[in-house]
Design a binder for this molecule. Sequence first.
Ligand SMILES: NC(=O)c1ccc[n+]([C@@H]2O[C@H](COP(=O)([O-])OP(=O)(O)OC[C@H]3O[C@@H](n4cnc5c(N)ncnc54)[C@H](O)[C@@H]3O)[C@@H](O)[C@H]2O)c1
Ligand SMILES: [Zn+2]
Ligand SMILES: [Zn+2]
Length: 356
Amino acid sequence: MRGIVWDGQLNIRDDVDTTEPGPREVVVRIHHAGLCHSDVSVINGTIPFPTPVVLGHEGAGVVEAVGSAVSKVRVGDHVVLTTLGNCGQCSACDRGEATLCKSSFGALTQRFEIGGEPVYGFANTGVFAERTVVNEHQAIVIDPRVPLSSACLIGCAVVTGAGAVLNRARVRPGETVLVIGAGGIGQSVIQAARISNASRIVVADTNPRKRAVAEAFGATDFIDSSEAPDLVAAVKELGLSDGVDHAFECVGHPDLVRVAIDALDWGGTCTLLGVPRLGTEASFMIAGLYNNKSILGCRYGATRPHHDIPLIVQLYLDGRFQLDEMVSRNYDLADIGDAMSDLEAGELNRGVLDLA
Ligand SMILES: NC(=O)c1ccc[n+]([C@@H]2O[C@H](COP(=O)([O-])OP(=O)(O)OC[C@H]3O[C@@H](n4cnc5c(N)ncnc54)[C@H](O)[C@@H]3O)[C@@H](O)[C@H]2O)c1
Ligand SMILES: [Zn+2]
Ligand SMILES: [Zn+2]
């Protein structure tokens, strides 16, 4: 089958196989997969990952085969895949903190083969391939009314961004929000802040073309930060002289971590979503945090996949979370190079690969 394999070069291959599913694993025929910046980060070395690896971790498709002990997922089900392979048996899982399960991070699965040699799947999934094999509980059954071309975004961008707002920062009605970076992650933060009834949603992006999508999703203000050398001052000039209650860093740059902290009002919370190069440090004034300010790390939106993915699906079906509008272009698998160039050039809300 076809798949995109990174081994120091980006290869579009047609000789990728999956392994046979184990008793609790399922084979999913991937229909669509979103291109997240984290895939690009594997290629440019920002996120180290062993090779060869099938890229892609934001996918949706149809269950094609199930292992002998699978009970919750059936052949033909429409599913969104989650990267979390949490165990369901540890204290973190019992507390409802799936992203803190020690089994859920750093699992290096090799459920692909080329010529009989094992191949990794990125982030426990590997969805830039026509099929992938995952644990039964990584395949979340969704209402088939959601087009898979939109549903795929739920698997990373949406749970990460919306989860950061709803699960981690817990934005309350009336609070003020700053979102730095309006890519797929930032767009999901904006929408969840709107659903949380934030009173102001200020979005800053260096790409002025992101104004339209930010405003369509609920931004009350947009700052073209390429024109704003002092972003903190630009935020405060919007009638927010005390700062904001929440700042979300959705780019992955240490200078923007500092901005996000400096833009906070007393008692404010800064949530870090962007992933800079491994080893990157950020600096800030310790005194600046004095008035009960907080910095929160946030992996994968502190998501509980079996709770949050159906929630997003319901919000979509109710017309409250816009997924279709996040997809600006669809690409054939062979055009991954174009998709990555368009992402880097800031042309996309989200680009989606078609594999059906
Ligand atoms: N925490 C997590 O679990 C998690 C999950 C997925 C992705 N990520 C990370 O989130 C980040 C964003 O991912 P994405 O897919 O949304 O990326 P993206 O490339 O789609 O969007 C990034 C946006 O940031 C803007 N930007 C770039 N530099 C900027 C600057 N200096 N100031 C303001 N805006 C700027 C770009 O114009 C673009 O709109 C990446 O670092 C990615 O690795 C984290
Ligand atoms: Zn991602
Ligand atoms: Zn666990």
